[in-house]
Design a protein around this ligand. Structure first.
Ligand code: UTP
Length: 469
């Protein structure tokens, strides 16, 4: 272990000596832990990020100026020809699933600060009647999708220090929601220190502990490699990866049409978009810049550009990011083999810390005192040789849980689940009053025939019904 003098000399070159302020108060174990944390930090990188901020900031506006709507975009089917294409794509995707070459990735390492739930967000009880958790909704979809295809779809679940232990325990307690434990892989993402927004100094969480936070969903690429999972995927014959986030219960996990379109276009990475509801909606948009498909963040898009319209009156930059992607496994391997790192984005956030006086400070949710640094998965899109953008049905597929109340909250998401389920039951001939709460188990929903056997023509459906196999 390095001596105090060596550590001090090293930290002084980066203006971070304050991290040793409490050294004399620490026992040997705490010192060892602190040294291990210090050794994991890339100080020149943190110093550059603190001073430069968002690496791509000026270029973000630059790119926005040159952006056009995405060139490779497949819209929702409208004509018989479109419907033919989507049917072909669905058949293609179903055959990929039957061949057992598809895996799913769930990123669940976020801290979910906006929702304010005291457990990992995946444990949030989103089921409007059953209170089933987000994790259960996804696992049951995956199970049903695998059963329908007569295959197994391995699930790669990214956690962080903030979510790992509780997530794994929750899966274990719930017997992996019907999946086999050997088909669920948990892998932990990396972490980066948070810095004081005024001084650029790294924050201490405690006397012997640095304030570290997850390195963003883009940390997934490195984390998969570190955990040996890219090799595991190759060995299992997995070629195509469906990627989704933990907050959208209506994501169609391993959607065959999406998988099929990706495959038919020989795409490295494909992404689903939804039409923005207004120019002001705070969503990143998919665009083309100099022939490359990429996302421009809402904050980088000048207001005048967000308001541009097509001759038919629709927003020109309406292709909003849903964070549902399909990625070729080999493409991820190529990125890590070539050492292509993703840019870091700087986020201004309230971060609890230990003040130099020894006082623990817990900033109010609105009192931003620190910068955190994150990588975003969508930054691998412009590096792809071929990329595809596919329009999703917004009402059916994009109902995320981000905030405690208002837009994108549990209320809006649960209401959407009930609405979709009422529509599904009416399509089967059931009599379903407006506004009742009804839930169909994902295990049943994928098996339309299964649902038919449960529902008789004109069968009345009561408020609070849960349909399970
Ligand atoms: P968000 O950007 O919504 O962040 O994550 P968040 O941490 O969940 O929520 P807020 O912003 O603090 O309220 C989008 C998805 O990316 C995952 C999240 O778990 C979610 O599925 N994510 C985010 C990670 O896996 N790791 C991260 O470091 C950040």
């Amino acid at each position: 272990m390095p001596s105090f003098a060596e550590l001090y000399a090293h930290l002084s070159t980066h203006n971070q000596c304050h991290l040793l302020q409490w050294w004399d108060h620490l026992d040997q174990r705490a010192r060892d832990r602190l040294v291990a944390q210090l050794e994991s930090i890339d100080f020149p990188l943190i110093s550059r990020l603190s001073h430069e901020g968002h690496e791509d900031c000026s270029s973000g506006r630059d790119r926005a100026a040159r952006a056009t709507p995405p060139t490779q975009l497949i819209a929702q089917p409208k004509s018989p020809e479109d419907r033919d294409l989507w049917q072909q794509a669905t058949a293609r995707g179903e055959s990929l699933l039957q061949d057992g070459v598809v895996g799913a990735i769930l990123v669940a390492g976020g801290q979910g600060t906006r929702l304010g739930f005291d457990k990992p967000k995946g444990m949030f009880p989103i089921g409007p009647v059953s209170q089933r958790s987000l994790f259960q909704v996804f696992c049951e979809q995956l199970l049903a999708r695998g059963r329908k295809a007569g295959t197994v779809i391995p699930y790669f679940v990214m956690t962080s220090d903030a979510t790992h232990d509780e997530t794994v325990a929750f899966f274990e307690e719930n017997h992996f929601f019907g999946l086999k434990s050997r088909d669920v892989y948990f892998f932990r993402q990396g972490k980066l220190p948070a810095v004081d927004d005024q001084t650029g100094q790294i924050l201490l969480a405690d006397k012997g502990e640095i304030a570290l936070s997850p390195d963003g969903h883009g940390g997934m690429v490195k984390a998969l490699r570190t955990a040996g999972l890219l090799d595991e995927m190759r060995e299992r014959g997995i070629e195509t990866l469906y990627y989704h986030q933990v907050d959208n219960p209506t994501a169609i996990v391993c959607d065959p049409a999406f998988l099929g379109l990706h495959e038919m276009h020989q795409s490295d990475m494909s992404t689903k978009v939804v039409n923005k509801v207004s120019a002001e909606e705070k969503m990143g948009v998919l665009v083309s810049v100099d022939g490359q498909t990429q996302i421009i963040e809402y904050s980088d898009m000048p207001v005048a550009r967000t308001r541009e319209v097509e001759p038919d009156g629709t927003l020109r930059f309406r292709a909003g990011n849903t964070a549902m992607h399909v990625v070729r496994r080999g493409y991820l391997e190529e990125l890590v083999d070539q050492g292509r790192d993703l840019p870091y984005h700087r986020a201004h956030k309230p971060v609890p810390y230990l003040a130099p006086t020894g006082e623990r400070i817990q900033p109010e949710p609105t009192a931003k005192n620190a910068y955190k640094f994150e990588q975003f998965i969508f930054d691998i899109l412009p590096m792809a040789a071929t990329a595809l953008v596919v329009e999703a049905d917004r009402a059916a597929e994009f109902n995320p849980v981000k905030n405690q109340s208002g837009a994108d909250s549990p209320d809006t998401s649960r209401a959407a689940i009930c609405r979709l389920n009422r529509e599904a039951l009416r399509a089967m001939g059931a009599k379903v009053p407006d506004d009742i709460q009804v839930e169909i188990s994902p295990l049943l929903a994928l098996h339309e025939l299964g649902l038919v056997t449960k529902i008789k023509p004109d069968q009345p459906i009561a408020d609070g019904t849960i349909l399970t196999p």
